[in-house]
Design a protein around this ligand. Sequence first.
Ligand code: GLA
Length: 372
Amino acid sequence: MMNMKNLAVAAFALIVLVSCSEKKQTSLKDAYKDYFYIGAAIDRDQIAGKDSAATQLLVSQFNSIVPENVMKWERIHPQMDSFVFAPVDSFVELGLKNKMFIVGHCLCWHSQVPPYVFVDAKGKDVSKDTLLARLKSHITTVVSRYKGKVNGYDVVNEALNEDGTFRQSKWYQIAGEEYIEKAFQYAYEADSSAELYYNDYNIEQPAKRAGAIKLIKNLQAKGIKVSGVGIQGHWHVNSPSMSVVDSAIVDFAKLGVKVMFTELDFTVIPNPWDNNNANISDTFAFKKEMNPYADGLPDSVQQKLANRYADFFTVAAKHKDVVSRVTFWGLHDGQSWLNNWPIFGRTNYPLPFDRKLQPKPAYYSILKVVSK
Ligand code: GLA
């Protein structure tokens, strides 16, 4: 017969078992399943499954993926006649295997695009027709290969300046603003069922937001399919205000497109400028005082980050009718690009999972927003 001591031990074991399974069941993707997809940008090693703990974290917490780099033009199409599909094939397989919403990033961008795209054999700028033909060939090849598998694409990335005017990129200089509609058109022709997005940073800010609205309206007036707008969300723990984010969602929703946060992270260390710039060509020299938390994040900042995430997810959840996805730019702090940009070699803490892949207070504050 079970004595009191054994009974107490059995009861304790049961409690541990129940709370462990409860813990196991709680995840970002489950907590937000009636709201929107929860995504993560993953790197080459994570795609290759080199770190089993990272894979476990990915599949248990997230239901959407985007490739951090392997689908960018310089990686997938490094030379005119050669494509590197293997890592992207693996990325897509990973998403299919785990029934994830798969996002392709990105088809047309001014960065991480090899110089050959814009010049002829003599190194002179190509004509508009040639450039558009190259764009078509790139987009058709990539999108056709993953037709019916990749669910949505960042078709054009970062075409605007901070004041809402067009960025003077090589695309714009050679082809004018028409390259944008062509990129969307080519993507649609290659896979008419894929969602097609315009993606940019700081488009929550009024001037740039107005430029993005104009750009999307212009495409819509021409009958070109635009499924959604991606607000990147490379933000600071102190800015922008969530009321700006709230009004941006409302304004973009008026266009009848989905709104998504596609590259979310909150830097907690100082930037060498005031605004939330994400122009990857802007880099600065390392200074010790610009790396204040090399030995660990103080509790006060940890808490501030947790509150910030809660504030953001409160706004996003409020607009769950139009917000279709929130994707973090990285799986955990150790992987984040913000350790190396805009200053190389710093220690940043922008994500809800730490370097040991453990949930941070930010993780629990995100869950709390939607816990009943
Ligand atoms: C931009 C791009 C992303 C990525 C980040 C920084 O936001 O859209 O692909 O390069 O910069 O990693």
